[in-house]
Design a protein around this ligand. Sequence first.
Ligand SMILES: [Zn+2]
Length: 149
Amino acid sequence: MESIWLERPCPISGPLMQVRKLSGLETAREISFKMVDFWVQIHHLPEAYRSESNIAMVSRMFHQIIDIDRAALQSQIYRKYVRVFVQVDTSKPLPDGFYIRHQQKRTWVEFKFEKLFSLCYYCGGIEHTRLECDQRRIDEENGIQPPTI
Ligand SMILES: [Zn+2]
């Protein structure tokens, strides 16, 4: 059971199986699974910005920071990305990244959610793709332009 906890969330043939530790005081109606814990890879963050305090600041884009992959952060070996373990509120669109100004240019820093196989790049929702997105279909029917980054 402990290995399931450590490996959360667990994709089972696509959909995620989320696990929660309960206090024992909740009723079945009170248990919510809208908060999901993910390891998030932060790609294209310049080396000079890869401090623990910067990673914690970036992680404020998510609901709550749980842990930082400090071993990878302190490694002398160059890595393509740094990792942070965060809790996200899946009832809100997931952030997919942000721009930073670096050496007089704008750089897109991209988030990749480990074990998340369906992310809608239209509305930011999980469990469906852009092609399956109801919001995109409704917006197109009403002539609404897609959201911009
Ligand atoms: Zn969508």
